[in-house]
Design a binder for this molecule. Structure first.
Ligand code: PHE
Length: 456
């Protein structure tokens, strides 16, 4: 059976960007940047995006397009006979599930905050009352489960509509709205009086601060963030390569996705940091940054209820577009492996994801005594750490090895696929770099990161 394709190139780019642009850009990037001291961290992150991330997205797209399959079968399709590359499907599929196991919870928070902003629930509250609201939500497992389940159901309903009529149609609208909202929010934020200090914090590198936060750990975090934001290392974005024809070379498409993704992350910082500084609110509060810090900012801002609503709608679109993209992956694992229908795969996965997402919810209340990565951490941090700092970088290494080694798919075949069509070609002179230096950099950062995190 011919695989269903996207209806347009724009659809492909916006959906790949929708997969890449998500909580990683609008929630994780700002708080990690706040934690590691601002611009110096951003600089390292940007370098990693280009020298490590870009080649890997091209490889994922190439593997997806050449195999016409999701990661559940792409390696079976392309590997030389008798090799075991296809075993990678297990950690890759597990990674996609693990990601959704915490992502949907935060997606639920975003939905809740949109509602609260519309209703004006935070109006007139002081800082501790806002904190109390967030705490009350975290302490209420039934509420959080309901929010999470609503988001999961919404995501699968969109996917059950099919690739063109569901995923493509809805994601396109969401992504375009997201970009428009972002521009309005950024302009509003940088015009705030007193926001300049926030711009300096965000844009002027201070390497002293980076060293203070722990250079080794910061570099490891930048690596994790670069892979997380691009969605690379577990076949999540590869699938979209399987839905396009061979008209365009893949490097240009990867550059488009990377540029859109980076713009959104940087703009999210431009929205958040000036606003924090304008109202004297510290931007280093970690994962709670958006949920405790920002409502205070909007309370202080003229027209804050409207801006706050737009802000959380923007966040919600980012989250749900990624959720839809990854659900599309989960559904295609099922349809690739068992040949079942999309609707059946959607229904089944919907139930599975709701159940699997419960531990993350409980980690904030009933199971809060479980602190796997040190005081203050929970199930979410563990799941995020497993995906972002382990599966994604190591999985990216698998893609690199597969595309460069003659025991895998091999360089010539990879290059042939990447360079089929019109557009920028993948530079063939970088083979040595990609085969040896890129993995060496990654392994080094990975090992020292573990050391810095757990032993120093
Ligand atoms: N890139 C997504 C984000 O920034 C997260 C993601 C990671 C999605 C890995 C798929 C795979 O939110």
């Amino acid at each position: 059976m011919e695989r269903e394709k996207f209806s347009s190139r724009l659809g492909f780019i916006l959906i790949s960007a929708g997969c890449a642009i998500g909580l990683g850009n609008v929630w994780r990037f700002p708080y990690i940047t706040g934690k590691y001291g601002g611009a110096a961290f951003v600089l390292i992150y940007l370098v990693f995006l280009v020298i490590l991330g870009l080649p890997v997205i091209v490889m994922e797209f190439a593997v997806g397009r050449a195999s016409q399959r999701s990661v559940a079968l792409s390696f079976d399709e392309l590997e030389p006979r008798g090799t075991k590359w296809h075993w990678f499907k297990y950690p890759a599929m597990a990674g996609n599930y693990l990601l959704m196991m915490f992502y949907t919870t935060i997606g639920g928070w975003m939905a809740y905050y949109v509602i609260k902003m519309v209703k004006g629930d935070f109006s007139g509250m002081d800082v501790s009352a806002v904190e109390g609201e967030f705490g009350a939500m975290l302490g209420n497992p039934a509420l959080m489960t309901a929010l999470m389940a609503a988001v999961v159901i919404l995501g699968f309903v969109i996917c059950a509509g099919g690739l063109q009529k569901g995923v493509e149609k809805i994601t396109k609208v969401m992504m375009i709205s997201l970009l428009v909202l972002m521009v309005a929010l950024t302009i509003n934020s940088i015009l705030l009086e007193g926001g300049q200090e926030g711009l300096a914090f965000y844009l002027k590198p201070d390497f002293g601060k980076l060293v203070e936060a722990g250079l080794g750990e910061a570099i490891f975090a930048a690596l994790g963030q670069a892979f997380f934001t691009l969605s690379i290392g577990m076949g999540a974005i590869a699938i979209f390569g399987s839905y396009i024809d061979r008209e365009r070379r893949l490097t240009g498409e990867a550059v488009n996705v990377l540029v859109l993704d980076t713009i959104v992350a940087l703009m999210a910082g431009l929205i958040i940091f000036p606003a924090c500084f304008a109202y004297n609110i510290q931007p280093d509060s970690g994962p709670n940054l958006l949920f405790i810090t920002l409502p205070n900012v909007f309370n202080a801002m003229p027209g804050g209820r409207i801006w706050g609503t737009l802000f959380f709608v923007f966040m919600f679109f980012a989250a749900i577009s990624t959720i839809v993209a990854v659900f599309q992956d989960l559904i295609s694992f099922a349809t690739d492996l068992t040949g079942c229908s999309v609707k059946k795969a959607a229904l089944l996965n919907c139930l599975v994801i709701i159940v699997l997402s419960v531990p993350c919810v409980l980690g904030f209340n009933l199971w809060s005594g479980f602190t796997p990565l040190g005081a203050g951490t929970g199930v979410l941090d563990l799941e995020d750490f497993l995906v972002s700092n382990n599966i994604l970088p190591l999985g990216s290494l698998v893609y690199v090895a597969f595309c460069t080694s003659r025991y895998g798919w091999g360089w010539e075949k990879f290059l042939g696929e990447a360079n089929t069509g019109k557009g920028i070609s993948f530079p063939s002179g970088v083979r040595f770099y990609i085969k040896w230096i890129l993995p060496a950099i990654m392994l080094f950062i990975f090992l020292q990161g573990y050391y810095a995190k757990f032993f120093s």
